[in-house]
Design a protein around this ligand. Structure first.
Ligand code: BJW
Ligand code: ZN
Length: 259
C-alpha cells in the first residue's frame, strides 16, 4: 500500500455522499476466522470448503456438514471484531449514506457497530428447517466444539421433523432476494465502493463492485493479493484490512477533526 494510494482513496471517501463497503472473508481473517479458500484442518482436512458448502454435501452427510458449521459458529462466537471492522463502522458514521454489504456469515460487522449490514450469503446464527424452511431456534452460547471438529447430528424441526440446516447460501442456491436487491440498488447509486478481503470469484456477489464501476462509482480495493476485481478498481491498496482501513479513516478524516 502506498501513501499516494491511501491519500487518493481517502479523498474519494471524504467527498462521497453515498458509499458501499463490500466485504469478504479477508475482512475477518485478522479476527482469527479462516478465509473460505484457506485449507481446512482437523476432521475436514480431506475436503475443501467448496465441497462442504453444497446442498448435496448436507444431504449425503448432514452430521459432517452440521458439525463443520457448529465448529465455525463456535470459532466466530469466540472471535472479536478487528480494527478493520471498527474502521468500516467509522466510515459508515462519516459518509452521509453508507451501506455495508457482506458475503460473510459471521456477525463481526454488527459487533463492531455497523448498522444492519446486508448479508448476501446468510448467517451462521439463523438456522432453519431443511424441508419447511421455518426458522429454528439458534443454539445458546458460543458452542463447545473441539479444535479438530467433530460430527454433530443436526437437531430436528419441531414442525415436520426434517433436519435443521445452517441459514447460509450454498452453491447452486439463490441469494436472498431482498438482500441482493438492496446490494444492487446501493451499488448502482453510490459514488464510492470499497471492496475488502474478497477473492471476487463467487457470483452473483462478485458482480456488486462491477455494477458500481459500470454506474460510474470509484472502486477502491483492499486486499494483500491481486484479484479479478483489480480490473475495475480505481485504487488498489495491497495490504491487510486491519492495517489499511484504519489508515484510510485517519487519512480521510483526522486532519478535518484537528482543524
Ligand atoms: C485478505 C486478508 C486480510 C486474506 N485483509 N484481505 C457466474 C459465473 C460462474 C459461476 C457462477 C456464476 N453464477 C453463479 C455461479 C455458480 C456459483 C459460483 O459463483 N461459482 C464460482 C465458484 C465459479 N454461484 C452460486 O452457486 C450462487 N448461487 C447462484 O448463482 O444461484 C443461482 C440460482 C438462481 C435462482 C435459483 C437457484 C439458483 C451461490 C453462491 C453461494 C456462496 N456461498 C459461500 C458459502 C457460504 C456459507 C459458508 O460460509 O459456508 O459463500 S461460498 C464462499 O465464497 C462463501 C463466501 O462468502 C464466498 C466468497 O468468498 P470470499 O469472501 O471472497 O473469500 P475467499 O476465501 O475466496 O477470499 C478471501 C480473500 O481475502 C482473498 O482474496 C485474500 O487475498 C483476502 N485476504 N487475508 C484483506 N487480512
Ligand atoms: Zn420443518
Amino acid at each position: 500500500m502506498t501513501n499516494q494510494g491511501v491519500r487518493e482513496a481517502a479523498d474519494l471517501l471524504r467527498r462521497a455522499r453515498r458509499a458501499v463497503v463490500f466485504s469478504g472473508a479477508g475482512m475477518s481473517a485478522e479476527s482469527g476466522v479462516p478465509t473460505f479458500r484457506d485449507a481446512l484442518t482437523g476432521l475436514w482436512q480431506q475436503f475443501d470448503a467448496q465441497a462442504l458448502a453444497t446442498p448435496q454435501a448436507f444431504h449425503d452427510d448432514p452430521a459432517l456438514v452440521w458439525g463443520w458449521y457448529e465448529w465455525r459458529r463456535t470459532a466466530v462466537a469466540r472471535a472479536r471484531p478487528n480494527a478493520g471492522h471498527v474502521a468500516v463502522a467509522a466510515i459508515e458514521a462519516r459518509v452521509p449514506h453508507a451501506v455495508v454489504v457482506t458475503q460473510n456469515v459471521d456477525d463481526l460487522h454488527e459487533r463492531a457497530g455497523s448498522v444492519d449490514p446486508v448479508h448476501l450469503h446468510g448467517s451462521l446464527f439463523a438456522p432453519r428447517c431443511s424441508a419447511c424452511a421455518r426458522p429454528a431456534r439458534a443454539a445458546d452460547g458460543p458452542g463447545e466444539e473441539p479444535t479438530d471438529g467433530r460430527r454433530v447430528t443436526p437437531p430436528s424441526c419441531g414442525h415436520c421433523s426434517a433436519p435443521i440446516r445452517p441459514g447460509v447460501v450454498w452453491f447452486g442456491e439463490a441469494l436472498p432476494e431482498d438482500a441482493l436487491d438492496t446490494a444492487v440498488d446501493a451499488a448502482s447509486s453510490c459514488d464510492v465502493l470499497l471492496t475488502v478481503g474478497t477473492s471476487g470469484l463467487v457470483y452473483p456477489a462478485a458482480e456488486i463492485p462491477q455494477v458500481a464501476a459500470r454506474f460510474g462509482a470509484a472502486v477502491i480495493q483492499v486486499n494483500p493479493q491481486e484479484t479479478p476485481l483489480d480490473a475495475v478498481a480505481a485504487v488498489n491498496l495491497r495490504g491487510p484490512a486491519a492495517e489499511v482501513l484504519p489508515a484510510l479513516v485517519r487519512a480521510a478524516w483526522e486532519a478535518e477533526d484537528r482543524a
